[in-house]
Structure formats: structure tokens, C-alpha cells
Ligand binder design. Structure first.
Ligand SMILES: Cc1ncc(COP(=O)(O)O)c(C=O)c1O
Length: 395
């Protein structure tokens, strides 16, 4: 790999992302962009209206360092309501600039140089960069796609155990999982919780898709397992739940000493952000249960439209249990099985843009995801319909 000039050795290899390349390709070719995971339809008026009304008030000024109290209270209420977890809004909830800052601040706060982080790959792209910024080392465990594309992605518990060393400090979990759409089940979480306890690991769990789970699956937080709350930080975000990815309002919750450590790092990253959006997200988190059920139902419908369309186009799909994303095995339409080459040619072949799953792997394991491609379905019905029609050209 060529060295990027000026970039510190910690960040070599994290130069430019394929997301930027694919989004530029979508614009240049007039393609339907099913690459980046952001919705192209607005969030609930109950949330948007509060933000509009908050502009021009004291909410425009710096919020308190840990976030506006009404949002911290709403986050704590939501954990109680949905997960049965009790957090003190005064000391156990910290508002952050999206989940990304929560994760990065936590890793900067908790890791010593050389500490190892156990995590699953494919993995969300900020994890490896944030671990590198903190001077840590990633130890990725592969998730394996289901045989015949039916059923959930799985992992081998022995592979997890084998990667634990005396330097392992933290388990970084993501459920529901981007990019696979896997929702870790009760037995898997129990295994991981016991492992964390046996090796005295901290747990950082990214649950930004917690409300985007489809029938047949159920989101559970590892923090809710007996004995796990005290070693676990849970990360959430308004972006995915309320279709406001540009607001960058996230939060991190856990026992006071852990949250206090994260706050020390966070205060020197952004200090605070998104004043008028904080009361709006608080209003969103207080919407009735039915609202959250409707979000999941709506997205499940979009998933079904895309999965059917991809199947009709002759592309084998692994249907996700949650999130915004479906995974396709491209070997039947790309004889060399190269997902990156497939994505680079897809705008010309079909006028659609997707993301090669290979970019979510550590370079050492890239071969595991070479033949896979991620399509986002958090798009308006007419956009999905257009994409599906265009993809039929591949068949
Ligand atoms: C798994 C995962 N974590 C975190 C984020 C980032 O969330 P935010 O926009 O709140 O920083 C994303 C966004 O795509 C994600 O997929």
C-alpha cells in the first residue's frame, strides 16, 4: 500500500473511503444511490417541529457538557421502557455528536496503547480508525454468511475465545449489525457476556439500529444480562430511528465511572453539539410504543421490496433481520466474484450504486467479503421501484 503524505502512521490505510467514490459515481452517472445508509424521506413531524421551534431560543447556545437534561432524561426513560435498564440521567447518560463521537470518545478514554479490542467483521468503518486513533489494536472475529443465503450470519465461539489475550481490554459489539443486518440472539449475547466476565473485559455496544428490527428477530442489549451492566457502555443515535442522520445526536450510557471517563475525552473533541436538536430528539424518544413499531414495519416493507427485486434480478440475497441493509452474493453475475469491481461497473450496467462489503473487513481478511455487496433500502418507494426495475437488466 502506498503511504499517504502527511498522514500520521496511526491513520495510514484509512485514506479515502469507497463511500465517497460510490456517491460521486452515482451523481456522475445519474444512478440510483443504494450505497450510503441514509433515508431520503423526512422524520416524524413531532420531532421536526420541536427542532424548528427551538431555533431562536436559548437552545441555540452551548448545551451543558453532558447534554440537555430533558434529552438525558428521555434517553434514560427509553432504556427503562425498551430494555428494562435503569440509568441515572444525571451521571449515567452523556449526549454526543452522533454515535460516532460516542464510540471514538469511549475508545480514546478507555484504551491504553497496545490494548486489544475484540470485534466482529465485517465492521462499521469508523471502528478500526477509532481504535487506531486510540493506539489500540483490532482483533476481528469473522461473521460467516449463512449457507445457501438462508438464515442468520453466525460466528464460531472457538474463534472468539482464541483471540482473547492478556492484552484484550474491550469487546466492541454492534447489534443490529451493519453491514450484515444480523441481530445477535440471546444465546450469542449470553456467550459473549460470559466471555467478557471471565476475562474482565469492558463492553462497548453500538445499538444505533435498535428500533429497526423485523418480524422474527428481537433486539436485546448485552447490558441487560445479569452482571453485564456494570462493565458495559451502550451507544445510541437519533439518526437512524428518526431519519435525521445529519443532526448527529447520539448518546452513551453506562455506570457513572465509565461514563465519566468517556466524558473526559468527549469534552475535548466537540464539547457539545446540536443544541436545538436535543429537545427534538427528547420528544422523539417519548413517542408511544406504536410509533416505534411502525418504524420497524415500514422499513420491513422496504426490505421486502428490495429483497424481492434483487431475487427477481437473479441475485442471491441474504435477507437482514434488522438495519437498513441487504447483502448480495455477486458471483452469479460477476464471474471473477469481485464485489468491488461489480460495484464500480454497476452504474453502467444497471444505473444503481451499492457498496462492496469488502471495505468492512480488516485488510488481512478481505477475502472473506470479496464476493459480497451491500444495498441500502431506506429509500422512498419510487426510488426502490426504480432501482428494482433497473437491476432486472442484470438478469
Ligand atoms: C453501526 C453504526 N454505528 C454508528 C453509526 C454512526 O452513527 P451517527 O451518525 O449517529 O454518528 C452508523 C452509521 O451508519 C452505523 O451504521
Amino acid at each position: 500500500m502506498t503511504r499517504a503524505p502527511h498522514l500520521s502512521s496511526r491513520l495510514q490505510g484509512f485514506g479515502t473511503t469507497v463511500f465517497a467514490e460510490m456517491s460521486a459515481l452515482a451523481v456522475a452517472t445519474g444512478s440510483v444511490n443504494l450505497g450510503q445508509g441514509f433515508p431520503d424521506y423526512p422524520g416524524p413531524p413531532e420531532v421536526l417541529d420541536v427542532a424548528r421551534a427551538a431555533i431562536g431560543t436559548d437552545a441555540d447556545q452551548y448545551p451543558p457538557g453532558p447534554g440537555r437534561i430533558e434529552l438525558r432524561e428521555a434517553v434514560a426513560e427509553a432504556y427503562q421502557r425498551f430494555r428494562g435498564l435503569t440509568y441515572d440521567p444525571a451521571a449515567e447518560v452523556l449526549v454526543t455528536a452522533g454515535a460516532t463521537e460516542a464510540l471514538t470518545a469511549a475508545l480514546l478514554a478507555l484504551l491504553e496503547g497496545g490494548d486489544e479490542v475484540l470485534l466482529f467483521e465485517p465492521m462499521y468503518d469508523s471502528y478500526a480508525a477509532a481504535v487506531a486513533m486510540a493506539g489500540g489494536v483490532v482483533r476481528p472475529v469473522p461473521l460467516r454468511p449463512p449457507v445457501g443465503n438462508a438464515g442468520p450470519w453466525t460466528f464460531d465461539p472457538d474463534e472468539v475465545r482464541a483471540l482473547v489475550t492478556p492484552r484484550t481490554k474491550l469487546l466492541l459489539l454492534n447489534t443490529p449489525h451493519n453491514p450484515t443486518g444480523k441481530v445477535f440472539d440471546a444465546a450469542e449475547l449470553r456467550f459473549l457476556g460470559e466471555l467478557a466476565q471471565a476475562h474482565d473485559l469492558l463492553v462497548l455496544t453500538d445499538e444505533v439500529y435498535e428500533h429497526l428490527v423485523f418480524s422474527g428477530a428481537e433486539h436485546r442489549s448485552i447490558a441487560a444480562l445479569p452482571g453485564l451492566r456494570e462493565r458495559t457502555l451502550v451507544v445510541g443515535s437519533a439518526g437512524k430511528t428518526f431519519n435525521v442522520t445529519g443532526w448527529k445526536i447520539g448518546w452513551i450510557s453506562g455506570p457513572a465511572p465509565l461514563v465519566s471517563a468517556v466524558r473526559t475525552a468527549k469534552q475535548f473533541l466537540t464539547y457539545v453539539n446540536g443544541g436545538p436538536f436535543q429537545p427534538a430528539v427528547a420528544a422523539g424518544l417519548r413517542l408511544p410504543d406504536e410509533h416505534f413499531a411502525a418504524i420497524a414495519r415500514d422499513l420491513e416493507y422496504r426490505r421486502d421490496v428490495l429483497v424481492q427485486g434483487l431475487t427477481d434480478a437473479g441475485l442471491p440475497v441474504i435477507s437482514p433481520e434488522g438495519t437498513y441493509f441487504a447483502t448480495v452474493d455477486v458471483r452469479s453475475v460477476q464471474p471473477d466474484g469481485d464485489g468491488l469491481a461489480f460495484c464500480r461497473s454497476l452504474p453502467e450496467r444497471a444505473g444503481v450504486v451499492a457498496i462492496p462489503t469488502v471495505v468492512f473487513y480488516d485488510p488481512a481478511h478481505a477475502h472473506l467479503g470479496r464476493h459480497l455487496v451491500r444495498f441500502a433500502f431506506c429509500k422512498r418507494n419510487e426510488v426502490l421501484a426504480k432501482a428494482v426495475t433497473r437491476l432486472r437488466k442484470l438478469g
